[in-house]
Design a protein around this ligand. Structure first.
Ligand code: HEC
Length: 401
């Protein structure tokens, strides 16, 4: 632990710890390189959207601020500062980074020849299985809760403050489980609106409970934070402040996210229900428009459903005309058990198309029409599929869950 920082030294307390600056810089470079490569291939703003790039950039900035600014030094002396730092990591930076879909640009930032190998490794075999389990919302929820509660056990917390490696491990588990948690709720194929709202709500409840426990405790729980006097706070006041920070602003982040998902859910209902019934829903929508930034995943789900409702049956009929079943085994389409391309069973609930494009309707249609433009090294040829046919085929593929 470095010497305690006092208010007068604060302005000089920026950190340049290589263990943090190097991975941060690497992440920014890979994301930028990958986005450039992807946009060059698939068209600007395709594959990863402008707002996703903006979300990643914002999340990256918050992360850098939390880990390198004087806040980091302050958090060695003040529990409340440490709490701000942790909440910035978990409740602000993590969801923004997740909204930026970093895996896609990261994948595209490596040489094309490796990309396919990496994508393969992670879309089949044990890594895919492990990821499927870990990214289940229930598992991610539990991991996140265990990280939050476990590290706040006074013994563990004090141990982390006394040892740099343990402190790094603490931050890594906070950030890692938070990324997993937000990913599972916002992007996972297993995500369901109702369940996600419930997971967010219960997370708000249990962190409220922990915050209240800290704020209302009658004695300081963390002996390491004994020298807070320079900041005009007693250790107990510092702890109360930390508890309040976890209690109110941090929980707000979960509730805003839950509201945004709920709103998206209502919007989906809005599309199905005749207009007049929907007026209150639209009012709620207007009220919460801000909270919605970044929930376009739901829009994808809607248009997926539209695709499926419209033309799936026709799509299934025309697949053999293009010979898709010569290379793929496709449930419901007769053909040999072809193994040139991956089996398309379950393609509707996979996260990526061919391991490189997020599985969204516009990407799926682009892939079917012109896979070579997306990835010049792919073994799937351009088959001259018309726009309408591609739409219908995509519609059928999305019924394969
Ligand atoms: C000549 C063989 C061949 C034909 C014909 C073919 N594909 Fe493919 N397809 C592949 C290969 C190989 C891949 C794996 C691409 C990769 O990973 O780069 C693939 C990948 C895909 C994927 C992504 C699968 C995944 O697991 O992410 C989809 C979807 C797909 N093809 C749909 C179609 C459709 C629809 C047709 C017909 C219009 C078709 N393919 C025709 C060989 C073919």
């Amino acid at each position: 632990m470095s010497d305690a920082v006092i208010p007068a030294q604060l302005a000089h307390a920026w950190s340049a710890e290589p263990a943090i600056t190097v991975p941060l810089a690497l992440a920014a470079v890979l994301y930028a390189r990958g986005t450039k490569a992807l946009w060059k291939r698939a068209g600007t703003a395709h594959g990863v959207r402008v707002r996703e790039v903006a979300a990643f950039a914002a999340g990256w900035l918050v992360l850098a601020l939390a880990l390198l600014s004087p806040l980091h030094e302050m958090s060695e002396t003040l529990f409340s500062a440490h709490m701000v730092q942790h909440e910035l990591l978990m409740a602000v930076a993590a969801p923004l980074i997740v909204l930026g879909r970093p895996l896609v640009p990261f994948l595209w930032s490596i040489p094309a020849a490796w990309r396919r190998g990496v994508a393969r490794a992670f879309s089949s075999g044990w890594p895919a299985g492990a990821w499927r389990v870990a990214s289940r919302p229930s598992v991610a929820w539990l991991a996140y809760a265990v990280a939050i509660w476990g590290w706040h056990a006074p013994r563990l917390y004090d141990a982390a403050l006394a040892s740099a490696p343990l402190h790094a491990l603490q931050h890594a588990t906070f950030l890692g489980t938070a990324l997993l948690f937000w990913w599972a709720l916002l992007h996972s194929a297993r995500r369901r609106y109702g369940a996600s709202v419930l997971y967010l709500f219960t997370t708000a409840v249990h962190s409220t409970a922990l915050g209240a426990l800290l704020a209302l405790s009658s004695r300081p729980l963390y002996p390491a934070y004994a020298s807070t006097a320079a900041w005009g706070l007693s250790p107990l006041e510092d702890q109360q402040l930390a508890g309040l920070i976890m209690w109110v602003p941090a929980c707000l982040a979960y509730l805003v996210a839950a509201l945004a998902l709920m709103l998206a859910w209502l919007r989906e209902a809005d599309r199905r229900v005749p207009r007049p019934v929907v007026v209150p829903v639209s009012l709620a929508a207007a009220f919460l428009v801000l909270a919605l930034a970044g929930c376009d995943r739901e829009a994808d789900e809607i248009s997926r459903r539209e695709l499926v409702d419209g033309n799936a049956a026709r799509g299934r009929e025309i697949i053999p005309a293009y010979g898709c079943n010569a290379c793929h085994s496709i449930p419901g389409v007769r053909g040999t058990d072809a193994r040139v391309g991956p089996p398309l069973k379950g393609i509707g609930s996979r996260s990526f198309i061919a391991g490189v494009l997020p599985n969204q309707p516009d990407n799926m249609i682009r892939w079917i029409r012109d896979p070579q433009a997306v990835d010049s090294l792919t073994a799937m040829p351009n088959l001259g599929v018309s726009a309408r046919d591609a739409r219908d085929i995509a519609g059928y593929l999305y019924t394969l869950r």
